[in-house]
Design a protein around this ligand. Structure first.
Ligand code: BGC
Ligand code: BGC
Length: 716
């Protein structure tokens, strides 16, 4: 039941005012700067400028001073004094930038994700933002898709934990509190499965797969009270999500009980015409409102056509009233009716952005997100060595990744991070020119390999800082080739010939095809895009001040031809045992397994697993294992539990992550880790879409990653 004052407000509003609340336009429509030509964008979008005083929300306007002014002006003109809500893409930090979400997934630590969201909420709410279009919960299996960087990864369980943690971090207990903003989980649903990894392309997944893999993380956000859901650009079962009544009204609202606001993605109501399911704007408005989409982002079908539909009796007025009520309720939950500026405050903004505490948190989360993929005993580095750093990411501060703004002057580069780690020690750099961005038609870095080899010949150790341009990750950044650019590969090959240890550090927003350089690397560190504290966090890992603990949240392919390659796949009737047997499911020219599997990551400690057992303790089933740190380096181990349902009414994944525990072990210390196997863990969606437990045999697996596990079969 809506509060009385909201009910009253909705009764007083005209249809036009209601449809304007249901419309989201960019800030240039509201700009307080008199010199901005308001009719420009309004004309392009084909709307009457008079309605702007009633438009309910805007996106991606930033800064307390500006937003306070915008709100002041807006409230003077809005006939009901309904405040504007400021939404924005605050994805992995506002000004203090944290690692890209795929990297944070590798921390296997929901608290790290929550912390990042808390800091982002504090900074952005002081800067006037009320709601963020985050977290992105889209499960991903195809690194060609540029937006894998925004996802926690390929596993529904890990994604659910990370997504829920982010929602809690942004929203806290009470949205009215200072430093809290509303969250919007996106992109509902299945946006992470475009065919061929090409952004915005067709998505066609079976209902079983949708329920089993793709829906859980969005659901996890709903279960912890996320305030908004964004529909996706893609089609699902041949209907664009934004016009998909089954998805939005039936699954999200009726089955899951979501009563918050649903927003379209950017122009995705308008794009139902281009998809070819709406003949015109009128049909688009009818379909999307009927589907349950409350706010139309950046297209204008609702505002232009829904009135006519209502007048002609083609669209029930109640649907519009319900949508407006939800939007006003969200504004009320944020406290905007009492205080339309919420905690926008230019002074506090200055104080908070990039403050020491936030940077320390970013450094800590960044260190946890780094994954050590290879180490032939060269890491950690001893201080006092002569270090050479080569490659486009040696000195670059352009390591924030997508959705992080262009403000790179506060970023710590790798060179700077290493310099402050070993002050006074000589560090040489070579071949440091910026890597070209494919988005700008440049495909490589300048070839200064010969010079680099000369310059670094007398170094004791060489760090090759390579990767992909941050402009080539994120939205609209799909790739068909995932290898490092030719000149970067050549640089690694040639540097290796100097006979010095070569440590390859990869900066990327996706798993790249790193196999060609692996044999030339004595160590390989996957550094993703780590944000503001990038260089410090990498230096912490390289010099052993942080013992690497990251585990891959997404498999690394051997080669692009293997994609999609992910650990939680279904079994086939003809599995391969890795031999040259002919009539089995395998490639002739490549193993089935990825280069590095989900859950993989090394440590400087040596963790030894033993004594794995699965026992009954009364009614309870307990799986346990003992882990010893057989080294003198203290460290964190992520113990992973996987389960396979051996036979059931539908084919089940060969392995599913069902639990993990991070433990800290001092050198020489041992601990026993145990997991209770509950019936809930064994439930799945059957063919009739009932969530059931079917008794039978199960393989219980514990290990250090998704491949290296110990197995015991039990009957339950
Ligand atoms: C993206 C969304 C984003 C929105 C608003 C769209 O292009 O798909 O993820 O939240 O723009 O900026
Ligand atoms: C093939 C069929 C063939 C059958 C009998 C199977 O392995 O898939 O196409 O007809 O053998 O030879």
């Amino acid at each position: 039941m809506a509060k009385e004052f909201i009910e009253k407000l909705v009764k007083e509003m005209t249809i036009e005012e209601k449809l304007a609340q249901m419309t989201q336009l960019s800030p240039d429509f509201f700009d307080t700067d008199e010199s901005v030509d308001l009719t420009g964008p309004a004309k392009e979008m084909n709307i009457d400028t008079d309605c702007i005083k009633n438009v309910g929300s805007t996106l991606n306007a930033f800064g307390a001073e500006k937003l306070i002014k915008m709100q002041e002006k807006y409230l003077k003109e809005n006939p009901h004094k309904i405040p504007l809500i400021f939404m924005a893409d605050v994805i992995h930090g506002y000004k203090t930038i944290f690692p890209i979400p795929l990297a944070m997934g590798c921390s296997f630590n929901p608290d790290a994700c929550k912390k990042a969201a808390e800091v982002a909420a504090k900074e952005s709410s002081a800067a006037g933002i009320h709601l963020t279009f985050a977290p992105m919960a889209d499960l991903v299996r195809d690194p060609r898709w540029g937006r894998v960087m925004e996802s926690p990864g390929e596993d529904p369980y890990l994604n659910s934990l990370m997504t829920a943690a982010a929602v809690k971090g942004f929203q806290g207990e009470d949205l009215k509190e200072n430093g809290k903003i509303a969250a919007c989980v996106k992109h509902f649903a299945g946006y992470g499965a475009p065919e061929g990894g090409r952004d915005y392309n067709t998505v066609d997944i079976s209902t079983g797969m949708l329920y089993e893999f793709y829906l859980p993380a969005y659901k996890a956000a709903v279960d912890v009270g996320v305030k908004m859901v964004m529909t996706s650009f893609n089609i699902l079962d041949r209907i664009p999500s934004t016009a998909n009544k089954k998805l939005v009204r039936e699954i999200l609202r009726e089955k899951w009980g979501f009563d918050g606001v649903v927003i379209s993605d950017f122009n995705s109501v308008g794009e139902t015409l281009i998809h070819g399911v709406s003949e015109n704007g009128e049909e688009a408005a009818a379909k999307c409102i009927e589907a349950g989409v409350d706010i139309e982002m950046m297209s204008t079908c609702y505002i232009n056509f829904a009135k006519k539909l209502i007048e002609e009796g083609k669209l029930p007025m109640e649907l519009v009233d319900e949508a407006v009520t939800r939007i006003l309720e969200l504004k009320d939950e944020l406290g905007l009716f009492e205080n339309p500026y919420k905690d926008a405050n230019p002074e506090k903004e200055k104080e908070l952005l990039l403050c020491k505490e936030h940077r320390e948190a970013a450094r800590d989360v960044a260190a946890q997100s780094i994954v050590l993929l290879k180490n032939d005993g060269v890491l950690p580095l001893k201080k006092g060595l002569k270090v050479g750093i080569a490659g486009p990411f040696a000195t670059s501060r352009n390591v924030l990744g997508g959705w992080a703004g262009k403000d790179i002057e506060n970023v710590v580069s790798l060179y700077e991070g290493i310099s402050s780690k070993i002050p006074g020690t000589m560090i040489k750099t070579a071949m440091t020119s910026e890597l070209g961005a494919m988005q700008e038609g440049i495909f490589d870095v300048e070839d200064r390999v010969d010079e680099a080899c000369e310059q670094l010949a007398d170094c004791d150790v060489i760090i090759a800082a390579v990767g992909e341009s941050p402009s080539d990750v994120g939205e609209g950044a799909s790739k068909a080739y995932l290898r490092l650019s030719p000149n970067q590969e050549k640089m690694i090959f040639e540097l290796k010939k100097l006979g010095k240890p070569v440590i390859v550090v990869v900066f990327s927003g996706r798993p790249m095809e790193i196999k060609p350089v692996l044999g030339h690397a004595d160590a390989l560190v996957q550094a993703w895009f780590l944000g503001t504290e990038s260089g410090n966090a990498i230096a912490d890992v390289l010099f052993g001040d942080y013992n690497p603990s990251g585990r891959l949240s997404m498999s690394f392919p051997q080669t692009v031809g293997q994609i999609p390659v992910y650990y939680n796949c279904y079994g086939t009737g003809r599995p391969s045992d890795g031999t040259l047997q002919r009539y089995v499911s395998r490639y002739l020219d490549c193993p089935n397994e990825p280069l590095f599997c989900f859950g993989y990551g090394l440590s400087y400690s040596n963790f030894v697993y033993s004594g794995f057992k699965v026992e009954k303790d009364g009614e309870k089933i307990i799986a346990s294992v003992s882990i010893e740190n057989n080294s003198d380096i203290p460290g964190k181990e992520t113990v992973q539990l996987y389960i396979r349902d051996v036979a059931s009414s539908v084919v089940r994944p060969l392995k599913e992550l069902k639990g993990f525990q991070q433990i800290w072990l001092e050198g020489g210390e041992s601990k026993t880790v145990s997991f209770e196997i509950t019936k809930d863990m064994l439930k799945f969606w059957n063919y009739d879409l009932e969530y059931v437990f079917e008794p039978g045999e199960f393989d219980i697996m514990i290990g250090r990653n998704s491949e290296d596990v110990m197995v015991e079969r039990i009957k339950i």
